[in-house]
Design a protein around this ligand. Sequence first.
Ligand code: GMT
Length: 375
Amino acid sequence: MNIGIVCYASVGGSGIVATELGKALARRGHEVHFISTETPYRLGEFQAGLAFHQVLTPTYPLFREPQYLLSLSNRIVQVAREFRLDIIHAHYAVPHATAAFLSRQVLASTNGGSAPRVVTTLHGTDITLVGNDPSYSQIVAFSIDQSDRVTAVSESLRESTYSELKVRSNIVVIPNFLDCSIHRRLDVPELRQRFTGGDSSVKIVTHVSNFRPVKRIEAVLQIFDRIRRAVPARLLLVGDGPELGKASRLGRELGITHLLDIVGAQEEVVPLLSMSDVFLLPSAQESFGLAALEAMACEVPVVASRVGGLPEVIEHGVTGFLHPHDAPDEMAASAIALLTAPELHRTVAAAACLRVRVHFCADRVVPMYEECYRS
Ligand code: GMT
């Protein structure tokens, strides 16, 4: 099939999932055309069957507002015509489902009613934080309902879409996934030594995100502050975003700056996760929690909030620990238990990794998208 994947290129779960899906589909013999403002993050080396088409949004002094929806829709029309797309797959509803709908209308009107089919995948904040804002909600709900197929990355997100946007479409849950040949724990003794100074008693507590308010960076620091009082530990912060400055400021206020390793946005997270002992994800909302899945695949137990789709990824007490998002004491207690009881750590790490391999690898999940396209 010829598939156009519309996604955000910036660092974030929806773009990563869209990129991994495109790469996997190309390996399975499909022709995939990414349509985005920049080469998608994590696209990596050239791969046969993959092409990238840039969306350029011209500016004009009369407009204060960039016309992204129009330039994107126009680009989809061009790519669909030139490469005879069968499917336009919009990742993240805002405004990609609307752009896909608009371009399908244009294509159908100039081709005797025939046009590619539109699939929209809902990722989370496109519904729970942005899409349900009264400034957008009517158009977002309409555009989702105009899609030929709609998928959501968790049951929780499916339910929120029905309850918050009153969408009528049948939403199919297709969970997020990883390329499990890449997402596996590596042996990285030298890297670990760089961060621990060679002291084997020092534990590495890690958080990876795009540092938005929804990730609750203050909670990451508060939980770590409790952990380091009980166990020698360092906090590794990976990623970038508007709240990263807050991490440094809170670190200073808590007097733990010397225990922080802030490495910014990194394309290769597997080596960093492979040297980690515990992963913290105290988000206020998380439709799925791809970062948690990546940690679990690298045998790092996750301590996270019991919100959104995280309970569909982590079974409390078996493959990680879940607590109310505003319970730093409970989260710290679980992390300390993991860091001080090697047998518990081994059992949870192994169960987490097994859960990823059984349920969340590309070989299991990508055929679900193919089935969706075929239908
Ligand atoms: O979490 C973010 O801020 C980024 C956002 C995105 O669109 O990239 O992530 C959402 O989609 C991911 C991929 O499906 C999910 O794993 C994240 O849980 C979800 N984030 C939230 O729901 C807050």
